[in-house]
Design a protein. Structure first.
Length: 265
């Protein structure tokens, strides 16, 4: 039986880790290598790392930092930020990154999705849809949320599947860092439009939020940032994750009593 994935998401900015609220107000939360080591011990399903400045500053990924992170990770690693070419996909995969995510580039240069899927395999091509709600309509944004496009996430989900993407991440700008729960309406709209694996991020504030997402959609990726780096009402920095027993108990509660344990590196 396949297992829903529960995935921490770390944001890189200026060499350190930060956490944002609605893509703004970044708060420093620690050193990336230290965080990876902690998550190794916690046996997380996989890890998403995003350089939130790379695309906005029109620069390449920091290959030195990524190489060190990939070497330290004992779980599958997905990296995003500043990726614009097939050659960058190849270089990142060669460094040990299992999945490479693109957002702005997927909107501006859709053919990159097909080219990358041919060169590194569709399983390594992840498209991130940064979504915000404007006048009751979900729209995709680019450049760390600074540019709102006319594209809906449903429209782009269909397009990127046709182009050969292997996975879609729905990143809810409006709920980022708010810890108010996932927007299940948004996730449902995208889920109904594609057969690709989906990961939702933005709004998780409790294990009940993750459990509710899995109960509603079954095999899905449940990603979170604040939930795994903050503790308490004062948002004190504490990197944490579910224990194996907590994870198994939660999955059993929502219908996955015999879920397989993912292989470690």
């Amino acid at each position: 039986m396949l297992r829903p994935r529960i995935t921490p998401c770390l944001l890189l900015k200026g060499g350190g880790l930060v956490k944002t609220v609605q893509f703004g107000s970044p708060k420093y939360v620690g050193d990336p290598i230290n965080a990876v080591r902690i998550f190794n011990e916690k046996e997380v399903d996989e890890l998403i790392v995003v350089d939130i400045d790379a695309t906005a500053q029109n620069r390449e990924p920091n290959y030195g930092v990524i190489k060190n992170l990939a070497a330290e990770c004992r779980m599958p690693l997905c990296y995003g930020g500043g990726v614009k070419s097939v050659e960058q996909f190849q270089q990142l995969v060669a460094l040990g990154v299992e999945k490479v995510s693109i957002g702005s580039a997927a909107v501006e240069n859709p053919k990159l999705i097909r080219e990358a899927s041919i060169r590194v395999g569709s399983q390594s091509v992840v498209v991130v849809l940064d979504v915000t709600r404007k006048s009751g309509t979900y729209l995709v944004a680019t450049h760390n949320g600074a540019r709102i496009t006319a594209h809906t996430p449903v429209e782009l989900a269909k397009q990127v599947e046709d182009l050969g993407a292997g996975e879609i991440v729905i990143n809810d700008i409006d709920r980022d860092g708010t810890m108010t729960g996932y927007d299940l309406e948004l996730v449902s709209a995208v889920r109904d439009s594609t057969t690709l694996p989906i990961t939702a991020i933005g709004g998780a504030g409790s294990l009940d939020d993750i459990g509710g997402l899995i109960r509603r959609f079954g095999i899905i990726g449940a990603a979170a940032g604040s939930l795994f780096v903050f503790k308490g009402s004062f948002r004190a920095v504490l990197i944490t994750y579910l224990s194996r027993a907590e994870k198994d108990q939660m999955l059993a509660k929502v219908g996955f009593p015999h879920a397989e344990v993912r292989e470690r590196r």
